[in-house]
Ligand binder design. Structure first.
Ligand code: HEC
Ligand code: HEC
Length: 308
């Protein structure tokens, strides 16, 4: 805040408080020439007369005290322009103190949980309650409260993974973040080419598409797309290239959505959470994510294949 505005606000606030005090003082006096107990001559509803009486003392004093409180408060706490207050309190310090207090309280608990391997931790209901809370606070904005994702944000419960569903892969996704790069192919393929490849991709998840499109589409897929998505379209977790046969589409599985993806490209960004959460909390929330899709006999490398 510039000095001008700081002074402007300070003067304005103090002038107002003094103004209120003067106003109170003024209204507490009887107007000259009037007598206590006389009616003003105003009559309402037939028989309701208005008398000329001063404001009750207790009521007046309450307001004077309030104004005095205002001055004391403004002297102690920030409120007058950029004046920091005599106590030196700030919301940032307060927040830092609260965080430090919480860290002191929960830190050892987190450290203890962080030493337990993820698959084991994922079976501990109490730890998973902590995990769910961490998820709600840090991840739900993007992945949804139920972790089922949304367009552009992967479903973390379906057992189909961009980068892998092993405990290590999940933890790496959380700590370091991920950046998936699907280049735009509209210029290379042309609109006809986009239509052919899109039809082929559409058919990869077991849906039928016209053969006069899928045949040339398959050829183009082999030369351009297979480099990342694999010759069989099953993806590559090292690149975050999705499995196109699983029937799970982060950006939508309709023909139109697939065409848009191929024509314009996509770039999903999972922000790194190492600095936000720290290792211990990332470990616990990783176990929570692991628990969401961990079922007996589930293959965490490839996953199930749910059609959306
Ligand atoms: C350089 C590697 C690369 C190439 C080449 C590539 N892709 Fe991709 N593709 C990706 C990545 C990585 C993603 C995930 C993007 C993200 O995470 O935001 C992706 C995403 C997609 C998706 C979205 C899947 C979903 O879940 O919604 C489709 C469809 C797709 N690619 C089709 C193709 C087709 C068709 C081609 C060939 C014309 C192709 N890709 C070429 C890397 C590639
Ligand atoms: C700002 C939005 C955002 C937030 C916040 C976020 N994510 Fe993500 N996350 C994404 C996106 C987008 C992707 C997909 C990245 C890509 O397309 O390459 C992703 C990918 C992932 C993956 C990899 C999924 C896979 O299929 O391999 C995991 C695991 C994950 N997030 C977990 C979390 C957890 C746990 C948190 C909270 C600590 C979190 N995310 C917070 C947006 C977010």
């Amino acid at each position: 805040m510039s000095t001008f505005w700081s002074v402007f606000i300070t003067v304005l606030v103090i002038a107002h408080l003094i103004g209120y005090a003067l106003l109170l003082h003024g209204t507490s006096k009887m107007p000259a020439g009037s007598k206590i107990g006389e009616t003003t001559g105003h009559v309402y509803d037939g028989d309701l007369e208005e008398y000329n009486n001063p404001l009750p003392r207790w009521w007046l004093w309450k307001f004077y005290l309030l104004i005095i409180f205002g001055f004391i408060y403004l002297a102690l706490y920030p409120g007058l322009g950029s004046f920091k207050g005599l106590l030196g309190w700030s919301q940032y310090d307060q927040y830092a103190q609260d965080v430090a207090a919480a860290e002191e309280r929960y830190g050892p608990l987190y450290e203890k949980l962080a030493s337990i391997p993820i698959p084991e931790l994922a079976k501990d209901p109490e730890a998973m309650q902590t995990g769910r809370r961490l998820f709600a606070n840090n991840c739900a904005v993007c992945h949804g409260a139920d972790a089922r994702g949304a367009v552009g944000f992967p479903d973390l419960t379906d057992g189909v993974w961009l980068y892998g569903g092993t405990p290590e892969a999940i933890k790496t996704s959380i700590l370091n973040g991920r950046h998936g790069v699907m280049p735009a192919w509209g210029a290379t393929l042309g609109e006809e080419g986009v239509e052919q490849v899109a039809a082929y991709v559409y058919s990869l998840s077991g849906r039928s598409a016209p053969e006069h499109l899928t045949r040339p589409g398959a050829q183009k897929f082999a030369t351009i797309c297979a480099a990342c998505h694999g010759i069989d379209g099953k993806g590559n977790q090292a690149l975050g290239a999705p499995d196109l046969t699983a029937g799970v589409f982060m950006y939508g599985g309709s023909l139109e959505a697939i065409k848009t993806t191929i024509r314009d490209g996509r770039q999903g960004i999972m922000p790194a959470h190492r600095d936000i959460l720290g290792e211990a909390r990332a470990h616990i929330v990783a176990a929570y994510v692991y628990s969401l899709s961990a079922k007996e006999g589930d293959n965490h490398e490839t996953g199930g294949g749910i059609v959306q």
